[in-house]
Design a protein around this ligand. Structure first.
Ligand code: ATP
Ligand code: MG
Length: 332
């Protein structure tokens, strides 16, 4: 089975519907025909200031939602980055073969550090793409899924793999970047031309996996719709209605044209009720299971340590090989 690796930051208190339908649902599909590694990049998270207790809580919450949302620990390896020390170990070596100018060209650092003075951004944020290269190369995957914003970082990982192989002998698989199958793109319910995002100005357009069913239904019923009254799919003229149709399609597995047909002659209100019911039905069991998992943090921590142990079986081989090749003495 081809190996794939994906991560999602523990940055919010809950995944939102976009994270769930756009990313997690695809991960769950991936695990049947791939040797899948999923991780929570808490070491990347601290490249910007975090509240320690909150980071720990969010890491557990994110992991619990992954499991509740369908990541099967028998099929996949789910782990927390900081519990696999090989990420930091390999990152150091890769730091030492990356040019300062090369790292300086990474545009995400420029974007993220542009506000504030020279000391507002950490060196960790600067070397973030190198840690990301380590995340990838440790597991020797043939492919890495890339979104637009990560393209340049994956390119760096490929360059570093080739450079290391050239200098020290064949060590890393040079991963091919591939564009993942489109997950659903979900837009803000109050502002349906902007992507649903936890950084939205107001939570009113956001649906969180951990929201109470009542709140979810309320938010969907207050979604902004468009002029007119015909349920039709038209992203330019009817972004609100189209977003609701996309959500309903993603949640029910039906196709949009079929849904449009089903709602012929019906009003926007009918569509909202159908979307609210379907989303609640889909998310309620995930919420319940997440809360159960969080109710027993010792058990959750045990599951995550078991995932870390599985990840280390692969990662430690890579690091031993690398350490030997760069000239370090044999380890403990
Ligand atoms: P931020 O606002 O901080 O960027 P976010 O809400 O966009 O946060 P990310 O952590 O950037 O969430 O994304 C996590 C995953 O969820 C990524 O795979 C991303 O593509 C996916 N994702 C995020 N928002 C949406 C959305 N509205 N629709 C579909 N997928 C989404
Ligand atoms: Mg984002």
């Amino acid at each position: 089975k081809p190996r794939v690796l994906s991560g999602m930051q523990p940055s919010g208190d809950s995944l939102h519907l976009g994270n769930y339908l756009g990313a997690l649902v695809n991960w769950v599909k991936t695990q049947d025909d791939h040797d899948a590694f999923f991780f929570i990049p808490d070491m990347h998270a601290i490249t910007v200031t975090q509240d320690p207790a909150e980071l720990r809580a969010r890491t557990r919450k994110t992991a619990a939602q992954f499991i509740a949302g369908g990541i099967d620990l028998e099929k996949s390896t789910l782990f927390v980055q900081s519990q696999v020390p090989e990420h930091a170990q390999l990152a150091w070596v890769l730091n030492c073969i990356t040019g300062f100018g090369e790292a300086s060209r990474m545009t995400q650092f420029k974007d993220k550090s542009s506000k504030g003075g020279a000391d507002a951004a950490s060196v960790g944020l600067f070397t973030y793409p190198i840690l990301m290269a380590a995340d990838i190369l440790l597991y020797q995957p043939q492919g890495v899924p890339v979104g637009d914003d990560q393209r340049q970082h994956v390119e760096l990982a490929r360059d570093l793999a080739k450079r290391f192989n050239h200098r020290f002998g064949e060590t890393f698989t040079v991963p091919e970047a591939f564009i993942p199958k489109e997950g659903a793109r979900i837009y803000d319910l109050q502002n349906p031309t902007s992507k649903m995002s936890k950084s939205a100005e107001s939570p009113a357009g956001l649906i969180n996996v951990l929201d109470e069913p009542k709140l979810i239904a309320k938010r969907i019923k207050s979604a902004v719709t468009d002029a007119g009254s015909v349920v039709a799919y038209d992203k330019a003229e009817k972004p609100g209605v189209s977003n609701l149709l996309d959500i309903l399609a993603a949640v029910t597995g039906k196709h949009v044209p079929q849904l449009v047909e089903e709602f012929e002659g019906k009003m926007y209100g009918h569509l909202k009720v159908a979307v609210a019911d379907a989303v609640v039905e889909r998310l309620a069991p995930i919420r319940t299971r997440t809360l159960e998992l969080l109710d027993d943090p010792a058990e959750l921590d045990r599951l995550l340590l078991a995932g870390a142990a599985k990840a280390r079986e692969v990662a430690s081989k890579t690091v031993s090989d690398v350490y030997q090749k760069v000239g370090f003495l044999p380890p403990l």
